[in-house]
Design a protein around this ligand. Structure first.
Ligand SMILES: [Zn+2]
Ligand SMILES: [Zn+2]
Length: 148
């Protein structure tokens, strides 16, 4: 099973240099000028952070999209949750736009319950297969597994 990458401390990210030892932009690789330290501009720093920080990505999506992907509400958007459509534990990509959506609290609660079921099922299947038992698709009624 894939694990979520541990939280990174953005201040600890080292600067990037090219083959000649010159500082280049972490995001696009362009040579940095003047007093730039890690990025060539705001756009690149934002883009890079979006690929490495869920909280940053969430804030950007709230600003740019601002509605729940399931029910479409735009109310209370500051409480929206950044959801991985395919859970990371099941091999979903952490920072791919295709695998990310904003959900309101209510829709997220429903999605999280379903994710738990799917993950439990996958774990159980993995265990059985490790023991050499054959499994076929979703062979268990999911309620039996974790009882939610
Ligand atoms: Zn750049
Ligand atoms: Zn919703």
């Amino acid at each position: 099973m894939k694990k979520r990458i541990s939280h990174i401390n953005l201040g600890d990210i080292p600067q990037k240099r090219d083959d000649y030892g010159r500082l280049v932009c972490l995001n696009c690789g362009k040579l940095l000028k003047g007093r730039q330290e890690k990025y060539c501009g705001w756009q690149c720093s934002g883009d890079w952070l979006c690929k490495h920080s869920h909280s940053f990505k969430r804030r950007r999506m709230i600003r740019n999209i601002g509605k729940c992907a399931k029910c479409g509400t735009t109310e209370n958007k500051l409480s929206f949750i950044l959801d991985h459509i395919k859970p990371i534990a099941l091999g979903g990509e952490e920072f791919e736009d295709d695998n990310l959506q904003l959900l309101c609290k209510e829709c997220n609660a429903i999605k999280t319950r379903q994710d738990f079921k799917d993950i439990a099922l996958a774990r159980r299947k993995e265990k059985m297969e490790a023991k050499g038992q054959k499994t076929v698709g979703n062979f268990f009624p999911t309620e039996d597994i974790i009882g939610i």
